[in-house]
Design a protein around this ligand. Structure first.
Ligand code: FES
Ligand SMILES: [Fe+2]
Length: 466
């Protein structure tokens, strides 16, 4: 087995002789459409990305008590994410070590032990074998049950988000997230009491390759002003400048392929208030648009938890939407509403591969622990109006991701066309950008830098270089 996997990992061509490295043109900054639908590329992704990267599998607040579990996937592997009796979290392959049945069938629940329905093998919450029916009749004395536990992934939690990784030799989550952590802190770590999920995650299937959304979510501001132009009509923006609300965001990419778009919130406040250069005080701006997830009545806790510099950053260039490589995303912003002032929205999501031309969109919405019912309802209204299956943003994108996937299957498409990432800003920090907010900062007009960074990191792994 191990020799086979070693040979696979060294393979540098697809079965028709195409060099994997030829699917990216690093000089012209172009990508072959083939990667969006080829089953063989998809299998390589399972082996070279999803078995070796840190993947989002949930939020700590989904499983607060011992025995609480949820079932998720990493790549295409089903997993059980469960809280042990000692409070630690395990991520276990949801495949019985006896003959492969799924041990847990429910999406969520609480259990003392995990029991497979097929022949009744029982596992402890740490995945070890606890016992089985007719043990003495079935298995001779001395059978080594210790090595028959459920396959375990490494688990680490950052900002409440649970990540898992199958690779015992992969760098820590801390290293993997690197400079991205500072942006995550300002999105998710706003209060000493932390955030909690608002209901179960929203899940729906999209008929598109998982990369159509993963590569674009933290970088493609370009499409926002066109595909989402109706959103632009609702978001406070300068009507004399159609590029106002989306094309002047500052974008950041980090070394492991993560990215974030920091929106110009000062502009929004200027338009909302007509204040021009006389910006309201930081306190007044916080009252006007409390950072998403934080109800107005909890602002005093936020002010104690974050420094003035951080609060100033959160109110001027808040990290808005971004990608966590390979298939995660974050979103922290104010939504236009059907009526009334903009509504807060705080979320993370995954785009889970479900075949070369399908992914499962899974979106968690968060609010401050202890937030009022009224605030929770406001966040739900804001979320369902704009994001997810019924929201008009994903409704817009849902028209393009499947079409990209479908078109990429064609013979002429693969022979004559490419995805182009020609437009680069380079590194440019806007005036006053805090040193603490690291990564590769691309200020000015929004171009393709973070997406091109994503593709380079993707191909390093697909080619087996990382
Ligand atoms: S497959 Fe689970 S007990 Fe047999
Ligand atoms: Fe979009």
């Amino acid at each position: 087995m191990s020799n086979m996997s070693q040979q696979r990992s060294l393979r540098s061509t697809l079965s028709d002789g195409t060099l994997i490295a030829s699917l990216i043109d690093r000089e012209r900054r172009e990508i072959s459409p083939r990667v969006f639908s080829d089953p063989e590329v998809y299998q390589l992704e399972m082996e070279r990305l999803f078995s070796r990267t840190w993947n989002i599998v949930g939020h700590a607040s989904e499983i607060p008590n011992p025995g609480d579990f949820v079932t998720r996937t990493i790549g295409e592997d089903p997993v059980i994410v469960v809280r042990r009796r000692d409070g630690e979290i395990e991520c276990l392959l949801n495949m019985c070590s006896h003959r492969g049945a799924m041990v847990v069938r429910e999406e969520a629940g609480n259990a003392n032990v995990l029991r497979c329905i097929y022949h009744g093998w029982i596992f402890n919450l740490d995945g070890s074998v606890r016992g089985m029916p007719w043990k003495d009749e079935m298995y001779p004395p001395g059978t080594d049950f210790e090595r028959l536990g459920l396959t375990k992934a490494r688990v680490e939690v950052y900002a409440g988000i649970i990540f898992a990784n199958w690779d015992s030799s992969a760098p820590s989550l801390d290293d993997y997230l690197g400079e991205y952590k500072r942006y995550m802190d300002l999105i998710f770590d706003k209060l000493p009491g932390g955030m909690e999920v608002l209901g179960t995650p929203q899940r729906f299937i999209v008929d598109a390759n998982w990369k159509t959304v993963s590569e674009q979510f933290g970088g493609d501001a370009y499409h926002a002003g066109q595909l989402h132009r109706d959103l632009g009509k609702l978001i406070p923006a300068d009507p004399s400048n159609p590029a106002d609300w989306h094309m002047y965001a500052t974008k950041v990419s980090t070394d492991n392929g993560h990215s974030i778009i920091c929106m110009d919130q000062t502009r929004i406040i200027q338009i909302l208030t007509g204040c021009g250069d006389n910006l309201p005080s930081l306190n007044d701006r916080l009252e006007m648009l409390p950072p998403p997830g934080v109800p107005r009545e909890m602002l005093s806790e936020l002010k104690k938890h974050r420094t003035v510099e951080e609060l100033e950053f959160m109110m001027s260039s808040p990290p808005g939407n971004g990608s966590i490589f390979p298939c995660g995303g974050v979103w922290n912003m104010y939504n236009p509403m059907a009526e009334g002032p903009p509504g807060p929205f705080l979320s993370f999501r995954t785009y889970l591969p479900a075949g070369p031309d399908k992914f499962e969109f899974c979106m968690w919405t968060l609010v401050a622990k202890g937030a009022s019912e009224e605030y929770r309802r406001l966040v739900l209204r804001s979320t369902s109006f704009v994001q997810g299956a019924g929201g008009f943003v994903e409704g817009d994108d849902g028209a393009t991701w499947p079409s990209q996937t479908l078109a990429s299957k064609g013979y002429m498409a693969r022979k004559t066309q490419s995805y182009k990432y020609w437009s680069m800003t380079g590194e440019h920090k806007p005036k006053g950008w805090p040193d603490a907010m690291g990564g590769h900062v691309h200020g000015g007009f929004s171009r393709d830098d973070p997406q091109w960074n994503w593709w380079q990191r993707y191909f390093e792994r697909l080619e087996g270089k990382v």
